[in-house]
Design a protein around this ligand. Structure first.
Ligand SMILES: [Fe+2]
Length: 196
């Protein structure tokens, strides 16, 4: 009888993603065939046809200590397939999706999506809030601006399955509307009207 001793610094070869995650095989086959940016409607259709639980993607479900964590399942220059894991209170920046097709499915827990629109000032303003339960599909195109969060009670996790095509390598982020902070109060020379 012989045993194999792991050698420090040598990584154990991993099975291909479609074998590690058989419930995702059809999606992975489609994504591996991409030679350009994926059509958002097609991504949404593929995700909507899935029958996936957290147990099916458990090896990719690692949580971060300082915010939501992106766990890559597989990728090429034309896509990335990720499991995102969110503890209670984890939240993205407000962001757009310029140059990227993005679609994700809620696997476990309830997420919240806040959609924004950019106003003439350049500031963004919230326009809708959606509670996203398991099976919910969220799709975002170039100009779509949103924020995603796990606003559930402490101890309640959120797991989502994301496709970005091509992989998202940067995004424009936006700040919350806010008043000037610590601005001194001013009044007109007659002291009658506040000028802020
Ligand atoms: Fe997004």
């Amino acid at each position: 009888m012989s045993t194999i001793t792991p050698v420090a610094g040598v990584r154990t070869p991993q099975l291909p993603a479609r074998e590690r995650f058989p419930k995702l095989a059809e999606v992975i086959d489609y994504l591996n065939g991409l030679t350009g940016r994926a059509d958002l409607a097609r991504l949404t259709q593929l995700l909507s046809e899935l029958n996936v639980t957290r147990a099916d993607i458990e090896p990719a479900c690692t949580f971060g200590a300082r915010g939501y964590r992106r766990n890559t399942i597989c990728e090429t220059p034309w896509f990335e397939l990720l499991a995102l894991c969110w503890r209670s209170g984890d939240v993205t920046a407000i962001h757009d999706h310029r140059g990227v097709s993005c679609s994700f499915r809620v696997i476990e827990g309830t997420g919240t999506e806040i959609r924004y629109t950019q106003r003439e000032s350049g500031q963004v303003c919230p326009v809708s809030v959606a509670e996203m339960h398991p099976g919910y599909i969220c799709a975002a195109d170039d100009a779509d601006i949103h924020q995603v969060a796990n606003l559930q009670a402490p101890g309640k996790d959120l797991v989502t399955l994301h496709i970005y095509s091509p992989p998202i390598r940067g995004m424009t982020t936006y700040g919350q509307l806010r008043p000037r902070e610590h601005a001194p109060l001013e009044c007109d020379p007659a002291g009658q009207e506040w000028l802020i």
